[in-house]
Write a new protein. Structure first.
Length: 283
């Protein structure tokens, strides 16, 4: 469905082109069985396309001295939900450092009109990701090991570690979602005062322009061309106090059916020792 593709795009240059189309997710391991630290960053968000609500979701992130665990949910909402039922759940975990992210596991479950698909990506010690699909995927373009190595998953790409006083823009983020390999090129645009929908966040933000550079596995077409337009997407990044970390609070993307805007409508940050337990289940 075309609408789900645009929702996913608005969501993942906010989920890092949150997999760029309605895709699939985790296989061998049940994420509900994995222990996880308590979340200290939680955000609820909405996605509007052409002025109408199209999706809503949430992100819970647990940051510890050992690493990170992120759980994200996205579902069709508003008027489109009357005609199309779909939801996507993702988890990602790994090591978090100022030098960059080192994911160890990514899981993605899609449920579209009752059809459930799973994908899991695991990373070896060299940073090489290996995807597993359930049910198996056919006719996928091969992404060679040298292209996959040290690429992060779409959810890990939401976390932007920086040195104290550093610039979260002006960086290239290599992404591999199990099917596609692409780069997100962030470029500094300006500093801004932003108030998101429902005053979910109000304060300083750094605005980056985002350019999607397809590498392997992305079929050429109008949708891919739209994502490649350098002035098409902007992301507002807010610093998480005490974490040397930035997260998106707004993402704006032009689509053929209208402007897509992801806004954080509720944001909570707790000191790490006050965080409450995180539910790791993929519902």
């Amino acid at each position: 469905m075309a609408l789900s593709k645009h929702i996913f795009a608005g969501g993942a240059v906010f989920g890092t082109v949150l997999l760029l189309s309605a895709a699939t997710a985790p296989a061998a391991t049940d994420p509900a069985e994995d222990p996880a630290p308590a979340p200290n960053i939680s955000a609820d968000y909405t996605i509007y396309i052409g002025g109408f609500m199209a999706a809503e979701g949430s992100i819970d992130a647990a940051l510890t001295d050992e690493g990170y665990f992120v759980k994200s949910h996205l579902g069709i909402a508003g008027m489109p939900a009357r005609f199309y039922n779909a939801k996507w759940n993702m988890t990602s975990e790994g090591e978090l450092a100022q030098s960059g992210l080192r994911p160890s596991r990514f899981a993605f479950v899609s449920d579209e009109k009752g059809t459930v698909k799973h994908r899991e990506i695991t990373y070896d010690a060299s940073g090489l990701p290996t995807p597993v699909f359930d049910p198996p995927e056919e006719d996928l373009e091969e992404v060679l090991p040298f292209e996959r190595r040290n690429a992060v998953d779409p959810i890990s790409a939401l976390l932007l570690p920086v040195a104290a006083g550093g610039n979260p823009c002006d960086r290239r983020i290599p992404v591999f979602d199990g099917k596609r390999r692409y780069d997100l090129q962030l470029s500094y645009d300006r500093e801004d005062q932003v108030t998101t929908r429902n005053e979910g966040y109000s304060g300083n933000a750094i605005v980056c322009s985002v350019h999607v550079n397809p590498r392997t596995g992305m079929r050429k077409g109008k949708f891919t061309t739209m994502l490649q337009q350098r002035d098409n997407t902007q992301i507002w990044l807010a610093e998480i106090e005490g974490e040397d970390l930035y997260i998106p609070v707004r993402i704006q993307l032009r689509t053929p059916i209208g402007a897509a805007v992801m806004d954080v409508v509720k944001l909570r940050h707790d000191p790490r020792d006050r965080a409450v337990g995180i539910d790791t289940a993929m519902k």
